[in-house]
Each structure stands twice: as C-alpha cells, then as structure tokens.
Design a protein around this ligand. Sequence first.
Ligand SMILES: Cc1ncc(COP(=O)(O)O)c(C=O)c1O
Length: 398
Amino acid sequence: MGIGLKDLFLRHNAQTTDFSLALEISRAEGSYLYRPDGSRILDFISGIGVSNMGHGRPEIVSAVQEQAARYMHLMVYGEMVQQPQVAYAQALIKAFDNHLDSVYFTNSGAEAIEGALKLAKRVTQRTEIVSFENSYHGSTAGALSAMGSEEYKSAYRPLVPGHIIVPYNNLAGLESIGSQTAAVLVEPIQSESGYRAGNPEFLAAVQAACRRSGALLILDEIQCGFGRSGSLFAYQHYGLQPDILCLGKALGGGMPLGAFAAARSLMHQLAQNPMLGHITTFGGHPVSCAAGNAALHLLQNGPELPDLPRKSLLLKNLLDQLPHTTGISGTGFLWSVGVGSLDRAIRVQHTALENGLLTDWFLFESTALRIAPPLTCSDDELRSGADILADALRQHPN
Ligand SMILES: Cc1ncc(COP(=O)(O)O)c(C=O)c1O
C-alpha cells in the first residue's frame, strides 16, 4: 500500500510543532469541515479569524471563479489598473468612514505590518516603535521585532533595533512614547493573549500619547477586524482614529490578502525619496481582492452584524455555563475558555475534535481554548458546539 496523505504531509510539508492536528479535510461548507469519510466537524475557530462568512459561500466562490477566468496575476503591485483592487479599495474606504482614503494591498497580515512600520518611519523620520507585551503582529523580521514575547523572538536576534515593548492595558508604560517614537503599534483586542480587549481608557491614552508626541497610531485589526469585535472594525467601537490601519485574515474572504490603510497624504510618501517605498509581487492579487470584496459585501448587507450583539451574548452565556473551566473572557465573536493548563487544553481539544468540534489554543495563553466561530454560525450550531465542549470538559475535569 502507498504512503497515506497524512504521512506524506508529516514527512514533506514543513512542520512547526511536533503535535500538529494533521486533520484531513475533503471539503468545507457553512460552519462545517468534512472529513474524507463524510463525518463533519463544527468549526469553532474559522481558520483563526479568516472564514468570518462561513465556508464555501457561493457568492465568494463565484467571485473567485469569475476573476480567475478574467485574469490572475498581471504585473507587480501598482503598475496596472486592476478593477478588483480598485473596487475593493473603494469599498473599504467607504466602510472605514474616516480619513483613511488610501489602501496598500499586501500578501499577508505580516506584510501589512511591515509596510505600516516602514511608512511610519518615513513619515515621522523617527526610529522607535512602541508595542505591547503579548502582542502578535506576524512572523517576519519587522513584525517579530514588535512581538511582545521574548520566548518566540530570542532565537532570531539580532532583530530590528529600536523596538520598545511595554505592558498592555497599563498606563504606566505609555511614558515610553516620546519624541523618538515613530509609531505605536497596538491591537484594540489582543488576539494571542486570549482575546484580551483593550480598556477604553487605555486605548484613548495610547492615542493621546501619540498625538502629544507626534507618533503615528497603528492599529492591528488583522484578527479582530471584519465584525469579530462586534463592530465592523474595533476602532469604531472604541472611537479611535488610527493613522494607519492594518488588516488581513478575513480581509481576503478566504483568499490570501493583507492591507495597510492611511491618509493619501501619508501614503504618498512611499512614492518619493526614494520611490518604491514598498514593493510586492503578489500583494493585492486580483482574485483575492475579488473574493474579499464579495465577503465584505455579504458582511455589510447580511443579518450577521446587526444580530451580533444578541449572538455574542448567547455564545457568552453558553460558555459561562460550561463545567470545570477557570472562567471565560472575550468579546463579540472572540472568546477564550480557561482550562488551567496546556496539557488539559490539548486533551479537551482532542476529545472535542473526536466528537466533531474544532477548537484551538492561543500562542501566549496556552491554558485556554480559543472560540471564534464563523459569524454566520446559527444559534443551534453554537448550542451544539457548546454541548460537545461541555462533554469534553467533563471527561477531563482537571
Ligand atoms: C493580530 C495579528 N496580527 C498579525 C498577524 C499576521 O498575519 P499573517 O499570518 O497573515 O501574516 C496575525 C496572524 O495571526 C494576527 O493575529
């Protein structure tokens, strides 16, 4: 007998843990992933905040198919007028509903962060970047330099100099924002520390410190954007005015896409002294932009956003009633269920998976399970996921 797909995957596709789930999936639709034997798994993590509108939405699939048939890659970023890029930039700018009127599309969230950090240095002609403990902004060198975890950084030093990491939700650290600060990079809701929402006073103070010192405020809404926080964008809920907004994940509607957005007066500096301030071959791929635009259209015109406060409360109540947890935290459709240890998190995750529910843990909060279902998940699906999780927690009470 030949080697199975799973063994080939483990042998020839680079692994970054020794305990990958290595789940074989043959198709995905709505809130479910389907295995080759036809059994289904309720997706309670949405590909880590990507599949906000559920899997296999016909409108997004058609947009992909139509654009792929029209044209795919034409030329490196910025040289050709590509209708899907233009249309999606227009739709995003309208949705931002603020002064951000220029969008640079990238391949990924990390590349959006890289572009934003570079732009901040160009605009301010300053060298320092302030970011926060337990923040995650991506895995490339610049984004890694801003990450708030020495454990995941130290093997790669020297990284980019000039990065200062201060505590999140703590006003004392903001004293580090000063005349050398090019930008403060912050997640309104910290994703990898277990969906820790920023205190409104803290985020307002970050913005005020930026205004006082002339530093730019870069918001990372790569994971918490596109409805997950309860608003289309979290900055709208907090009343913040970012100078640069970084997007990714759900931005592409299931296709790879990132973006950083700024006022045109700032963004234009990438075109001068020297020109070509950020270069990307595939950034803003027309198929990704077509998919993302279709997903945004669905989100803006469907029932999910208006219904989210009710559904978020339902989900919170279901999670609150789970047995043997150390508590829950989160907001919107971003929740964290405390289970006490990484070992138990993995045991509960595996048992839930055997019973048809996909959950995950967090990079910097390994004693909790990540709950972030598609925004399209029905009430019954939320209830059935919570039931499976309750059984798994009962099977592993400690
Ligand atoms: C908050 C946040 N920022 C940035 C990134 C990096 O995005 P990407 O994996 O697309 O590079 C992630 C990815 O998990 C993220 O959650």
